[in-house]
Every structure is written in structure tokens, then in C-alpha cells.
Design a protein around this ligand. Structure first.
Ligand code: PHE
Length: 447
């Protein structure tokens, strides 16, 4: 089945749209806060450069050379044991599991677009009660917003790569860039900016624990959208003669740039208005709305555009999370796009409902296993287990399974003098780093 291709700029926007998501604006600032700031940012940046960059190129290569869905690509590109390697492609399922919690959280951002216009909380205590009640009691609203996300995402992906995904990114990504730049510019004029800068860039090594190292690596994967066949699937629709190295660099620069700008902006607002940066997952939904309240009318406007931008970032990532499985169903089972989109949509819609129930006060205990509810499990299993595992499979595949000449033919000129370094990194550094991180997770190695 022939795929409609992205335009060059369309691919960059879509890949950046996938990478820049709730991870950058919601997750990055709060995990930076929780892990002590500067030292964590430093480790995260190194991981992005060393592991992220190496793997992003490898993942693009599999998609670009294979040109089909992820399962078929692994199968086609493996010189031997094709029937075994094809299972590597099923790592695309990770996206659907991420959507189980990602979609409800996009729903929260919809809710906060309205809150910004109507009733911003006047104190952190009120904000906390409002948010807790919203996510643990107000099931109806959450299901309503989750349904909107399901309908929106399914409609976009049903229209295909060109008419759906590329178009969506052409509209939403500029809105996102302009909003983040404008808010950053305003933040840089406030006095809290220096404190925010120090918090993010002056490392306090004593705050860095082994757990924060694992978090940094997991987040680097999550934020760059690597390790689950998203980038691979998009790359299958790259125009001919694309430069994979340049594309990877642009996507990584945009993703990292936006995370840093969003972090600096949020922390400036928090310092300026006396809230603490270590507020956890509630940072964007509890502390920030209070800050917007303090700003007066300007805050209503800022709140509105901020949450619209956050929703946009989430939606452009959401379409990329479901696309790998859609392409698989279309390619291998001749599903129509509509049918494939409905199938993957219904999957995350129904399990997303369970995620919503699992954080509710009334039904939560039915959906809690061990110390974690279903919602947290979906987050943990994907970010901490499946993404690193996907990265490991891809690194081994490109570094040790695919023919050397084939890899070199594509990348040697594009990487130039860096090629041997890259090849060494994909063969040894990345797999070893990932194995260490994963063993650390199950407690076999203490970093
Ligand atoms: N990168 C997205 C974010 O930061 C999430 C995502 C992960 C999207 C994996 C696609 C694949 O929010």
C-alpha cells in the first residue's frame, strides 16, 4: 500500500509536533522541580545529546529505508531471522498504552482553558481542592473531555498523513511556538527570571539521586518520542533524499528549546508570585492557575493562551501516538484508514475510561494494583519499561543486525566525520546505558 508522503517541512513539523507535547510543558518542569533543578537538567541534556540523538537517527533510518509500517520494516530490513525481528515492530503498541493516560490529561487541559476564562482559584489551597475534586470526583466532566479528545484524534488520523496529521501540525505548531515565545519574552522581563535561571542551570549535585538519573533517561525518551516506532512510522513517509541527520537535529533542538523555555517561564511565574517549584504533577494545574489569578485580567488571557498551547502540544503528540498501529492495520490487514483509526481510538478510549475511574475516589480501589493505580501503571510501564526496551531493540537492530554497508550507505555522508562515533554509540554506548538503566529499575544494579 502506497503511503501519501509528508512534505519536507511537513515532516519536521509533524515530528516536532510529536516530540513537543505534555512531556515538555507539563512533565519536564515538575520533574525538574522534584529532582532539584540544575543537576537534573544537566543529566537530561547529556542524555538527549548522547542517547537521544544517536537513537533518533537510528529510528528514522529504519522508517526511511523500510517505507512501510513498523512491523514490516523490521521484517524487511533484517537480513536473517525475519520472523523473529518482526516482533520488534510491535513496540508501536506503546503509543496506544501511553494514550490511556495521555488522553485524559489532554482532557484536563481543555477543562483549564475554560477555568482560565471563568474562575481562576485565588489561593493554592483552593486550587488544590478544585483540582483534586475535578480529577477524583468529577467523573462526568473528565469523561466528556476524554470523549472530545477521542473524537478529535480519531477524526484527524482518519484523514491520513497529508490531509490529517500534516495539516493539524501546520495549524497548531505555529500557535504553540508563538505562545511559548511570547510568554517567555514576558517572563524574561520579570525579576523572578534570575531565580528561575539559577534554579534550572546552577547544578546542585547533592540533589542528584540514582532515581533521578533513571527519570532523566526515561524522560529523554518520552519527550523525544523515541523508542516506540512513532518517529519510525513518520519517517516511512519522508520525501526521497531526506537528510535524516539534519531532521533529527532540528527536531531535537525544537523539543529541547521548548522544554527549556517552558521551564524558565513557569519557574519565573512561580518565583515572582511566591509559589514553590517542587510542586509535583500539580504544578501546571494547581500552582500555575493561582499565579494567573494573581496577575489579574492579564492572567485570564495568559491562562487561556497557555492552556490552548498546552492542549495543542498534547493533540499533535496524540495523533503520533496512535499512528504506528494504524499504519500497521492498514498495511498488513488492509483496513481502511477510518476503520483502523476507529479501532485504535476505541482501544485508548475504553482503557482511558478505566484510567479515569482508577484515579477517582469512589472506584479507585477497584483499579489499583500494588501501590499504583491503573493510570500510574500505564505511565510507569511505558515511560520506564517499554520506551527504554524499544530503544534497546532499535539500537541492537541498527547496530548489530542490519548490514553495516546498508547503514553506512545512508548515513556516512550525512554524518561525515561523526559517523564512526555515531556507529560506536549505537552499537555499544546506547545499549549498555539502556541495560544499566533498566537493571537499575528492577533493583539489580544500584547506580
Ligand atoms: N513526546 C511527547 C511528549 O513529550 C509524548 C510522546 C511520547 C509522543 C512517545 C509520541 C511518542 O509529550
Amino acid at each position: 500500500m502506497k503511503l501519501a508522503r509528508f512534505s519536507r517541512i511537513g515532516f519536521i513539523l509533524a515530528a516536532a509536533g510529536s516530540a513537543v507535547g505534555l512531556g515538555n510543558i507539563w512533565k519536564f518542569p515538575y520533574i525538574t522541580g522534584e529532582n532539584g533543578g540544575g543537576a537534573f537538567v544537566f543529566v537530561y541534556l547529556i542524555t538527549v545529546l548522547v542517547i537521544g540523538f544517536t537513537l533518533m537517527i537510528a529510528e528514522m533510518l529504519i522508517g526511511y529505508l523500510g517505507r512501510r509500517d513498523s512491523v514490516t520494516n523490521f521484517e524487511d530490513l533484517a537480513p536473517r531471522d525475519k520472523h523473529l525481528w518482526k516482533y520488534g515492530g510491535f513496540i508501536g503498541l506503546t503509543g496506544l498504552i501511553i494514550m490511556i493516560f495521555y488522553s485524559p490529561v489532554i482532557g484536563w487541559t481543555f477543562h483549564f482553558v475554560l477555568v482560565s476564562l471563568t474562575s481562576l482559584p485565588s489561593s493554592v489551597a483552593i486550587a488544590e481542592t478544585n483540582f483534586t475534586e475535578f480529577i477524583s470526583i468529577d467523573l462526568g466532566s473528565q469523561v466528556f473531555y476524554h470523549t472530545l479528545v477521542f473524537l478529535f484524534v480519531t477524526t484527524v488520523v482518519a484523514r491520513g498523513i497529508k490531509g490529517g496529521i500534516e495539516k493539524l501540525n501546520f495549524i497548531l505548531m505555529p500557535i504553540l511556538f508563538i505562545t511559548i515565545a511570547a510568554m517567555f519574552f514576558y517572563a524574561s522581563t520579570l525579576s523572578g527570571f534570575t531565580q528561575a535561571w539559577d534554579f534550572m542551570f546552577a547544578p546542585d549535585w547533592s540533589k542528584l539521586t540514582s532515581a533521578s538519573l533513571v527519570t532523566a533517561v526515561g524522560h529523554a525518551f518520552f519527550t523525544l518520542s523515541i523508542g516506540m516506532a512513532t518517529i519510525l512510522t513518520y519517517s516511512a513517509s519522508l520525501p526521497k533524499d531526506s537528510n535524516l541527520v539534519r531532521s533529527s537535529l532540528i527536531v531535537i533542538a525544537l523539543d529541547t528549546g521548548i522544554a527549556l523555555l517552558a521551564g524558565l517561564t513557569l519557574f519565573t511565574f512561580l518565583y515572582e508570585y511566591g509559589a514553590t517549584p517542587s510542586a509535583g504533577p500539580g504544578l501546571v494545574f494547581i500552582s500555575l492557575p493561582t499565579v494567573f489569578y494573581e496577575m489579574g485580567f492579564l492572567g485570564n488571557i495568559f491562562g487561556f493562551i497557555f492552556f490552548v498551547a498546552l492542549a495543542s502540544a498534547g493533540l499533535t503528540s496524540a495523533v503520533s501516538l496512535v499512528e504506528p498501529i494504524i499504519q500497521y492495520l492498514v498495511d498488513r490487514f488492509s483496513f481502511s484508514r477510518l476503520k483502523a483509526s476507529m479501532a485504535s481510538g476505541l482501544f485508548f478510549y475504553l482503557f482511558g475510561m478505566i484510567a479515569i475511574l482508577s484515579i477517582s475516589k469512589e472506584y479507585g480501589h477497584y483499579f489499583t494494583i500494588g501501590s499504583m493505580n491503573f493510570f500510574d501503571w500505564a505511565d510507569f510501564v511505558t515511560a520506564s519499561v517499554m520506551l527504554p526496551l524499544g530503544g534497546l531493540i532499535m539500537a541492537i537492530f541498527v547496530g548489530h543486525v542490519m548490514e553495516k554497508e546498508r547503514v553506512a550507505a545512508q548515513l556516512k555522508t550525512q554524518l561525515g566525520a561523526v559517523y564512526p562515533l555515531w556507529y560506536f554509540s549505537i552499537r555499544y554506548i546506547v545499549p549498555i546505558a539502556l541495560v544499566v538503566v533498566m537493571l537499575n529499575l528492577v533493583g539489580i544494579i544500584e547506580l
